[in-house]
Design a protein around this ligand. Structure first.
Ligand code: DAH
Length: 344
């Protein structure tokens, strides 16, 4: 076979194969087969030595021309393949923005969180800071500094879970009072919301874990009138202008005098109904003037300063606010109950 014939055959074969190539691997293989070190065209170029000297330049030119053409075709195909692969990749990764999305249910705040936030809003509006304390608390803060020494009978009402002799799950948010008095200087104006614990059986109005919010004000010349005014403002903010408070004498070791505080029944506006058992009043919190003994134990001079404190159960507030009659509903995590408190 003469060289021209071979060259034509190579070119035809290469063109035919180029037609069928769709990917880079195929193209690389063809490139190697034709133009590689042992490629057909390369071999042909090498065999030129066998030709008579006068034919060589012409043959060389022809082979090189074919080589250039083939290379150009292959480069062209290479670019096309790259573009195709890019397009395929984009297609694979395309997002159909019209496709309906999977349904993601949106949660809503727990009614206790709602009430807690509302109360914090009301009190921060009156200049109070929001402070938090630990739920695992020293007996010192939970009882001792609040004038509830070991063996004091008032401890009975707040039986709790003991971690050891000196550490308890706090029975109320009042220990945050003691912590704050020890770490801040008057004037003090704080509220402390949080979870508290008692060794109580579960029923419609009791739970071993529940929530309270404590309030504490310490300054010069603070009187019970300030306490009354503050609680009236709180009640009206939460339940409306026609709600007032009623104080009844009570006992807490950390306040003197102490009071149980009732609100005008939010259900009947004081007329008397099932919710308030016909009295027109609903008991919602404990309060009083901070016992001077507590002030002194917590490092505040009771001759210069006085203060008031109060503690309110958040479950009770939420039950009154939303007309809930069983406290257990708060803790069961039933979305049919919880999703009713969405505030859109
Ligand atoms: N700590 C009391 C309780 O859990 C509530 C309480 C009453 C808090 C009177 C106070 C207060 O700050 O002055 O029953």
């Amino acid at each position: 076979m003469d060289m021209q014939e071979q060259l034509r055959r190579i070119q035809e074969e290469a063109s035919a194969q180029l037609e069928g190539i769709r990917d880079k691997a195929g193209l690389d293989a063809l490139r190697l087969k034709m133009l590689g070190k042992k490629g057909e065209l390369t071999m042909l170029l090498r065999s030129m030595g066998q030709l008579p000297a006068e034919e060589r330049p012409k043959a060389g030119q022809m082979i090189n021309a074919v080589r250039e053409r083939l290379t150009a075709h292959m480069d062209e195909l290479d670019a096309k393949i790259k573009q195709l692969e890019q397009e395929k990749k984009l297609e694979r990764e395309a997002i159909d923005v019209t496709e309906p999305r999977a349904h993601t249910p949106i949660g809503c705040p727990h009614p206790i969180s709602l009430v807690q936030d509302q109360l914090c809003d009301v009190f921060t509006g009156m200049g109070f800071d929001v402070v938090e304390g630990p739920e695992v608390e020293f007996d010192l803060f939970n009882f001792e500094l609040l004038n509830l020494p070991k063996n004091h009978p008032a401890r009975d009402a707040q039986d709790t879970f003991y971690i050891d002799e000196n550490i308890v799950l706090r029975t109320h948010t009042s220990p945050v009072q003691a912590r704050t008095m020890r770490s801040r200087k008057p004037p003090i104006r704080i509220v402390c919301p949080g979870r508290v614990y008692r060794a109580d059986e579960v029923d419609a109005t009791h739970s071993p874990v529940f929530h309270q919010m404590e309030g504490l004000v310490i300054d010069k010349d603070v009187t019970m009138a300030d306490l009354k005014g503050t609680l009236d403002a709180f009640a009206q903010n939460l339940y409306g202008e026609d709600v007032t408070t009623r104080f009844r004498p009570s006992f807490f070791p950390f306040t003197e005098p102490s009071a149980e505080v009732d609100l005008t029944c939010v259900n009947c506006h004081g007329k008397g109904c099932r919710v308030c058992k016909g009295t027109g009043w609903i008991e919602v919190l404990g309060a009083g003037m901070v016992n001077p003994k507590v002030l002194d134990m917590c490092g505040i001079d009771s001759k210069t300063y006085s203060g008031f404190a109060f503690g309110v159960g958040l479950e009770r507030i939420a039950m009154l606010r939303y007309g809930i009659t069983d406290m257990r509903l708060f803790y069961e995590g039933d979305v049919r109950f919880l999703s009713q408190f969405r505030e859109d």
